[in-house]
Design a binder for this molecule. Structure first.
Ligand SMILES: Nc1ncnc2c1ncn2[C@@H]1O[C@H](COP(=O)(O)OP(=O)(O)OP(=O)(O)O)[C@@H](O)[C@H]1O
Ligand SMILES: O=P(O)(O)OC[C@H]1O[C@H](OP(=O)(O)OP(=O)(O)O)[C@H](O)[C@@H]1O
Ligand SMILES: [Mg+2]
Length: 281
């Protein structure tokens, strides 16, 4: 059986389980369950702290896992990213009170509070900066106010927590992160692993694309197809009405309204959009 680690709590937990459910896997019914067996698909899910997931996968005790790229870097575990999953986007950055630490070289000699010492120490080593890393568990934005540190390094999503703590970012983001599927670098890509990858890729495509259908005069077809080239090629079928065709193509969800307006201007009619629930490309 394939053994997969899924975040048990926190930001990654619900979107990870939702995505697996959308991909057709059974997920736990109770937030306190720590294991869920999906016998039909030959998969066993283990619910673990996202921070620990790369460690279990790196040691070979579990085959695959879902975690954050920043947590992965922090762990230093020997695992590979197999697929970015498109949720839990965040940056990881330094922040300090305004006008105190202006840029990265100013970090030298400072006390930096963080729950991600691995990420911070690697950054400091790469930039040949000597500073003291103060390892905290969370709520690190408070560390400056309380006098424990001069600077923090933490996850920034909306930036709301930084603003409320009266801190401003220092320098560019240290890294950009999202949820990822991880596995061992030398891990076997057997049937079950490839099936999971195809299913998750199917969910990503189903979320990013919609199906667009419309009717257009045959003499306008080339212009319409240029707007909706699809992924492979659009489907074109004859209509009963002489001189008209029906077209079907996948388009990016974020582009669909612009494309519909342009198709309408081109003379297309009966332009319909439908969601894709699942797919294998
Ligand atoms: N607003 C956010 N807050 C925290 N983590 C976030 C946020 N947005 C995305 N993430 C990502 O989620 C992962 C952190 O998840 P984790 O469960 O460890 O922390 P958490 O959601 O803050 O939970 P906890 O309550 O344990 O602090 C990281 O990969 C991080 O980049
Ligand atoms: O940019 P924002 O949208 O404000 O989100 C980022 C904040 O959210 C997380 O904190 P969390 O609520 O998980 O508390 P914690 O520090 O105790 O982990 C993270 O550690 C930041 O503090
Ligand atoms: Mg947190």
């Amino acid at each position: 059986m394939l053994r997969i680690a899924v975040p048990n709590k926190g930001t990654l937990s619900k979107p990870a389980s939702d995505m697996l459910r959308e991909a057709g896997y059974r997920q736990r019914g109770d937030d306190r369950d720590l294991v869920c067996v999906d016998a039909d698909n030959g998969v066993e899910f283990f619910y673990l702290r996202p921070r620990d997931i790369a460690v279990y996968v790196g040691s070979g005790d579990l085959d695959l896992g879902i975690t954050g790229q920043d947590l992965l870097v922090d762990s230093g575990a020997p695992v590979s990213e197999l697929l970015p999953l498109g949720f839990a986007p965040a940056t990881f950055r330094f922040a300090a009170p305004p006008e105190t630490v202006r840029d990265v070289p100013d970090l030298a000699g400072r006390r930096i509070a963080t729950a991600y010492p691995g990420v911070v120490e690697r950054f400091l080593a790469d930039h040949e900066i000597k500073a003291d890393v103060v390892r905290l568990d969370g709520a690190v934005e408070n560390a400056v106010r309380l006098g424990v540190a001069d600077v923090i390094a933490d996850v920034v999503a909306t930036g709301g927590t930084l603003r409320q703590a009266g801190l401003v970012p220092v320098g560019e983001p240290i890294l950009v992160s999202e949820a990822v599927l991880v596995g061992r670098p030398e891990g076997e890509r057997n049937g079950a692993v490839n099936q999971l990858l195809r299913r998750l890729q199917g969910v990503l495509v189903a979320r990013r694309y919609v199906m667009l259908a419309y009717d257009v005069r045959a003499d306008r077809l080339e212009g319409a197809v240029a707007l909706t080239p699809g992924i492979e090629s659009p489907t074109v079928s004859p209509l009963h009405r002489e001189g008209w065709v029906a077209v079907q193509a996948m388009v990016m969800r974020t582009e669909v309204h612009r494309i519909m307006d342009e198709l309408y201007d081109l003379g297309a009619r009966a332009i319909l959009v439908t969601d894709i629930h699942a797919c294998r490309l």
